[in-house]
Design a protein around this ligand. Structure first.
Ligand code: HEM
Length: 117
């Protein structure tokens, strides 16, 4: 798939709408891709096919496989990845969750920065 994603995962200005031409992929479908030979993960409601990245990840493949077929947002964010790592995600982008299945980028959603604690 040839697709250029111009916004980063932290770009809240563009976060509330489905981007034109972006494919929607349901959580159920993501869950089927949970092996070393076919590994998808979700970061900020976007779906990435990281099968070809497993052997290249500086943090190792095990940690990625622990999140195969699942949401990896908190793990990705929590390990303090660089801006370069965030940009590296784009290469593996294949689609995004439907609005009703999103945790982060949805219309009128709670912004973590606005929480009192
Ligand atoms: C497709 C998703 C991911 C990409 C593109 C990615 C990319 C990278 C890159 C480029 C680095 C080098 C350091 C940096 O630039 O920040 C790195 C390090 C690391 N990543 Fe990831 N990462 C991904 C997912 C994850 C996930 C889900 C975890 C789970 C906790 C993880 C854990 C780590 C750890 C622990 C390191 C540090 C390795 C070290 O310095 O020894 N990564 N990652």
């Amino acid at each position: 798939m040839t697709q250029i994603i111009t916004n980063t995962i932290f770009d809240s200005n563009k976060s509330d709408v489905l981007h034109k031409n972006n494919k929607t992929i349901e959580l159920k479908e993501v869950s089927w891709h949970d092996t070393r030979n076919d590994c998808w993960i979700i970061v900020y409601d976007r779906v990435y096919d990281i099968t070809d990245f497993l052997n290249e990840h500086p943090g190792g493949d095990d940690i990625l496989l622990e999140h195969a077929g699942r949401d990896a947002t908190i793990a990705f964010r929590g390990t303090g990845h660089s801006a370069q790592a965030v940009r590296a995600l784009d290469k593996y982008f294949i689609g995004e969750l439907p609005l009703e299945e999103r945790l982060f980028r949805k219309p009128n959603g709670i912004k973590l920065g606005n929480l009192p604690i």
